[in-house]
Design a protein around this ligand. Structure first.
Ligand code: ASP
Length: 437
């Protein structure tokens, strides 16, 4: 029996944690005295949930640094492939930009957080007990910044110091440092760059492993966090979460079938329906694994055998794209950040939403192509707006379905870009003709 339970996939366990947590929370909210409920929440549910969340956050700095520096160093290799690289890069920025804009527009029009009343939102803030704490931390961070503030808010004088306050607003300068580090790394000759690349790869692998370990606590952590939130907010929380999933999946579908189709039809000059049919297996693999990296071999094979894309283009675009081009993730991040912020009563103005857009595009590059790779970054970005990073606990239980869907977009986006770049490039003798069309 226990063996069978151990074999349940982690995401199913997390979903069970969510459902049980919600049921227990709802029952608790009607059956228990408010005082007792608060005691259970404060003394048990919250600390248990936080063990899991903190386990993730302690890895965020090394993870972000290594993923971004490596991603950029790979993109920096763009020069080596010349025009193909530059065109792929431009398409990446264009498609990611449209993706985030779509996500932001949608969540501004239909914000699932509207399911909660203002009182419920304040209750949520108060129950996380973090509002004052967060305000204090941000104030302290700002005061600390006074001695050597990052230039224009993002060019750090002391990156180590910014790393130290990554959860209190040092995120942007840290990202900037990682970007420049990656660019410089890509400019160094192969031999000399190798040890640093290997070090970063090692750091990245260890960080991912640590996230893996923390994720083992996810079923219990999500149970505790959702119990805690559901006991305060009741069924409205579940309604908001349900609508959030519908919104994420719906907007991803629009990006896939409308934006990608237009790019495939007008830039790649192919028939979108055939294109999607030819990469059906790749899309299914992405959906099943929730991992761009795990889907890469299938994508490389399909690019050559089913779509007839020249290897000189597809191998570069798809390999770099598996980590650096994540349209679906960028779109999702826009929605998740605005949704969670407004759950905590924080409304982001236009300038802040613009910042979210930039952060989401950069975070897309720094997101590991593994299941749930974007969640730690979302937590980090939230703290920038005074929302407790623990807020990601709310979406964790329903994340698998969003993750499966956004990974399909991430991988299809790489393939779309490869097809578009192929159409822009002059044909070479060795190129196979497109399979169809
Ligand atoms: N699972 C996604 C991928 O591998 C990353 C994420 O958005 O969490 O593409």
């Amino acid at each position: 029996m226990s063996q069978r339970r151990a074999r349940l996939p982690l995401h199913t366990q997390v979903l069970i944690g969510l459902v049980l947590g919600a049921i227990a929370g709802l029952i608790g909210s009607v059956a228990l005295e408010p005082k007792l409920l608060k005691e259970i929440g404060d003394n048990y549910a919250k600390p248990i949930g936080n063990i899991f969340i903190y386990g993730i956050f302690m890895v965020v700095v090394p993870l972000l640094f290594s993923a971004l520096a490596l991603g950029i160093a790979e993109l920096g290799d763009v020069r080596k492939v010349g025009r193909i690289g530059v065109r792929a890069l431009l398409m990446t920025v264009l498609l990611s930009g449209i993706a985030v804009l779509l996500g932001l527009a949608a969540v501004n029009i239909f914000n699932p957080a509207d399911q909660l009343t203002t009182e419920q939102k304040s209750q949520l803030v108060a129950s996380y007990g973090n509002q004052e704490e967060a305000a204090k931390r941000i104030e302290a961070a700002q005061a600390a910044k006074a001695d050597d503030p990052p230039l224009f808010g993002f060019i750090p004088r002391n990156p180590v110091k910014e790393a130290g306050r990554a959860l209190e607003g040092g995120l942007l300068p840290l990202m900037f440092f990682s970007l420049v580090f990656g660019i410089a790394l890509s400019m160094i000759e192969g031999e000399k760059a190798l040890p640093m690349k290997q070090f970063l790869e090692g750091l990245f692998a260890v960080s991912l492993k640590m996230i893996d370990l923390a994720m083992k606590l996810a079923p219990i952590g999500v149970f505790a966090l959702i119990f805690f939130a559901a006991s305060q907010l009741g069924a409205d929380l579940l309604k908001a979460l349900g609508l959030y999933v519908v919104l994420v999946v719906g907007v991803l579908a629009i990006h896939l079938f409308v934006v990608y189709s237009l790019a495939i039809k007008f830039i790649a000059k192919r028939n979108p329906r055939e294109f999607f049919a030819q990469m059906r297996t790749v899309m299914l693999t992405a959906f099943a694994t929730s991992s761009s990296n795990a889907t890469l071999p299938a994508a490389l094979r399909a690019a050559e055998e089913d779509l007839g894309l020249p290897r000189r283009i597809s191998s570069f675009v798809l390999t770099v794209g598996a980590t650096a081009n994540q349209n679906g993730t960028a779109l999702f991040e826009g929605i998740a950040i605005i949704f969670l912020s407004s759950m905590f009563g924080v409304t982001l103005d236009l300038t802040q939403q613009f910042t979210v857009m930039l952060l989401a595009i950069v975070a897309g590059i720094g997101t590991a192509g593994v299941p749930g790779g974007s969640l730690p970054l979302i937590g980090l970005i939230l703290t920038r707006f005074g929302v407790p990073a623990e807020a990601i606990g709310l979406i964790m239980g329903v994340d698998r379905i969003c993750d499966m869907s956004r990974t399909v977009l991430n991988v299809t986006g790489d393939m779309t870009i490869a097809a578009c770049v192929t159409a822009m490039e002059p044909k070479e003798p060795g190129d196979v003709a497109p399979a169809d069309d």
